[in-house]
Design a protein around this ligand. Structure first.
Ligand code: N01
Length: 484
């Protein structure tokens, strides 16, 4: 058995791609390239720059374990600060110059024990391993509303914010009531002339203040890094116990508490009973991805705000016409309509063993064993791939755990014991069946529509606790792998 020094291709320079590069280098594996189709790293945080953007996972938890940040300004950091954090980390850990910017990987094919890559610029590369770090909430979903192209004002998706357009004094429309829309509405309400929020489905909103860290607190984080890492561990535990672990048990006491908090938030903050009724969801809290906000209800009650619950007939040159015949005249229309969450590596053409195309393997829907490995696609591993924990967890923690797991699989090849590693078809089948079964008791199946659900209405996200995820990522069960 001969030891091999493998070459890696990391696809995507967002949060998980940067982490993979740093960890590979730490492990002494320096032969890799990070391919990034954009001109800047940061993934989600590069692309989502809408006003009011912030992360609702606490800052000290939404940080790499190996790069704590004593300078987070708030308990929940804003998007620009998070983007700057990733850029700083990439620079400090000296992986920024290893990113090939502006070159999208178009094709990966596994032949003769190696991946052959082709990029948009025509570059060809070969790698022993491919790490797919292409993100989940990445491809904007444009709504299927008649007349979308007829609008004569400014129109853009929340993840493609047009900063050349001033909203000051304008008649602004926002379609959608997810986390993005709620943050946008709260942020812009005081500078727009009027705001019409087009709500198809009401959302439960959990109140969450966002205090700044004081100068003293930040000084303490600097002086006592141990204190900071204890805080991270504490937040992680609290987050898991009170939220992430609870949503997979619809009847848990924590779920009941979340429901009560959301209900109280609505009932005590919204004064007008008619508006309150229109804002009150008819499904359980956290069935859709829970929306967190300190001030959305204040914003929507301002005199220049209008909640439109009448369904839309279509978009016209000057605004949106609702089914009651009313034209809501608008200068700017923001589509806060979410993302296509079933894309993952696609539209990249990925061809595995024996010419199997990813499009064929994923013809029904995307699937990966424990979210990291796809049968017949050896030595290709995913970070934040299909069926992993999303939406209610720190995706950084998720990606770090996945990476440590993946490295144990890589070691099987590095050590010379095997040349090809991928999950077996049977293992994926078993995993899929058990996750579909487990999903039945999650709060996501209690009667709402959301991006968690696949085309059959089955939650695609990890349906177990975070503890179980941690356990699953501790060590690969080699029985589940097709090792050659
Ligand atoms: O998107 P969404 P998002 N006509 O899919 C509506 C993370 N995130 O960008 O509910 C009318 O949640 C749709 O209506 P309905 C977080 O995980 C985090 O807001 O389907 N309406 C819904 O209201 C989040 O969950 C943060 O009836 C249409 C909205 O558009 C995820 O990203 C901040 C429509 C889409 O909501 C996605 O959030 C932002 C149509 N044709 C995002 N099509 C924080 O950490 C869609 N809608 C704070």
């Amino acid at each position: 058995m001969k030891e091999r020094v493998p070459r890696f291709a990391i696809i995507g320079a967002g949060m998980s791609g940067i982490m993979a590069a740093i960890k590979l280098r730490d492990a002494g594996l320096t032969d890799f390239t990070i391919y990034e189709k954009a001109e800047r790293l940061g993934g989600t945080w590069r692309e989502n720059t809408y006003p009011g953007i912030a992360c609702d996972v606490p800052s000290h938890l939404y940080s790499y374990s190996f790069a704590p940040n004593p300078d987070w300004s708030h308990h929940f950091a804003g998007g620009a600060e998070i983007q700057a954090y990733f850029e700083d980390v990439a620079r400090e850990f000296e992986v920024d110059h290893l990113i090939r910017f502006g070159d999208e990987v178009m094709r990966c094919e596994f032949t003769a024990e190696r991946w052959q890559l082709e990029t948009r610029s025509g570059r060809r590369d070969e790698a022993d391993f491919v790490i797919g770090a292409t993100g989940v909430l990445h491809h904007p979903r444009f709504p299927d509303i008649a007349g979308l192209d007829d609008f004569e004002g400014d129109l853009f998706h929340s993840a493609r914010w047009n900063h050349d357009v001033s909203l000051d004094g304008k008649r602004v429309g926002v379609i959608g009531t997810g986390s993005s829309a709620v943050q946008i509405v709260s942020d812009v309400i005081d500078r727009v002339g009027s705001l019409s929020l087009f709500q198809r489905t009401a959302q439960w909103i959990m109140h969450q203040d966002n205090p700044a860290y004081t100068a003293e607190e930040r000084a303490q984080f600097h002086q006592d890094p141990e204190h900071m890492s204890q805080l991270r561990a504490q937040i992680s535990q609290l987050f898991a116990d009170n939220f992430a672990n609870a949503i997979v048990d619809a009847d848990s006491p924590q779920m009941k508490l979340i429901e009560e908090l959301c209900r109280n938030n609505l009932e005590t903050k919204v004064v007008d009973p008619a508006l309150r009724a229109r804002l009150r969801p008819d499904y359980r809290a956290a069935c859709k991805r829970l929306v967190v906000s300190p001030d959305f209800y204040e914003a929507i009650q301002k005199p220049n705000a209008k909640l439109v619950t009448e369904s839309m007939e279509g978009i016209e040159p000057h605004g949106i016409r609702t089914k009651d015949g009313q034209l809501h005249e608008l200068d700017v229309l923001v589509l806060a309509t979410g993302f296509r969450v079933d894309r993952f590596l696609r539209p990249m053409e990925v061809i595995g063993r024996g010419g199997l195309r990813l499009e064929t393997a994923w013809a029904e829907r995307p699937a990966a064993y424990l979210a990291v490995s796809i049968p017949e696609f050896p030595n290709l591993f995913l970070l934040n791939g299909p069926n992993g924990p999303v939406g209610n967890f720190s995706l950084i923690e998720v990606a770090e755990l996945q990476f440590a797991y993946i490295m144990q699989l890589v070691d099987l090849v590095r050590s010379g014991r095997h040349t090809e590693v991928s999950a077996s078809t049977e293992a994926l089948k078993r995993f899929d069946a058990s996750r579909v079964e487990a999903a039945k008791t999650t709060v996501w199946t209690t009667g709402c529509n959301s991006w968690y659900l696949d085309d059959r209405g089955v939650p695609a996200a990890w349906p177990w606790t975070f503890t179980k995820f941690r356990e699953a990522m501790a060590e690969p069960d080699l029985e589940a792998y097709d090792l050659r």
